[in-house]
Design a binder for this molecule. Structure first.
Ligand code: 5GP
Ligand code: ZN
Length: 119
């Protein structure tokens, strides 16, 4: 993937990002357009398009993304009051960047799971 993918370019250091945690296999950086006081994106360094592809292709790497998300949640002081961890996936999920990323959101009450009921 590489140069065609925004988040691969962040991993490669070609596009700057505010990195909050890095492991051998994952990177966590602040969202450029935060929707909550804490809004961090957690990605595997290796390119997978979405969470389904990642979980089916490399479950251990999916677990690394969760472990890094939990570590960032702790670093950001979110474990007490809680937080939301979210993978937008595909067209219905509203995914815009097709390199899998967990949105870690917190720092304030986040409101309902969806903006409105769909059923
Ligand atoms: P999605 O809609 O794919 O789940 O979320 C993509 C997220 O990536 C959005 O929240 C958007 O603000 C964020 N984003 C897009 N471009 C950049 C960028 O260049 N740097 C950072 N840090 N975040 C970005
Ligand atoms: Zn990528």
């Amino acid at each position: 993937m590489g140069s065609d993918c925004l988040f691969c370019r962040i991993v490669a250091g070609e596009i700057p990002a505010t990195v909050v945690r890095e492991t051998d296999t994952t990177l966590a950086f602040r969202d450029i357009d935060p929707k909550a006081p804490v809004h961090v994106l957690v990605i595997p360094k290796e390119h997978y398009a979405d969470v389904a592809t990642l979980a089916q292709g490399d479950p251990a790497l999916a677990a690394d993304v969760l472990a890094t998300s939990a570590a960032v949640a702790e670093d950001e002081g979110l474990l007490g009051d809680g937080f939301r961890l979210m993978f937008n996936t595909g067209a219905y999920g509203g995914q815009e960047v097709f390199h899998v990323h967990a949105h870690l959101l917190g720092g304030a009450p986040l409101g309902p799971m969806l903006a409105r009921d769909l059923v």
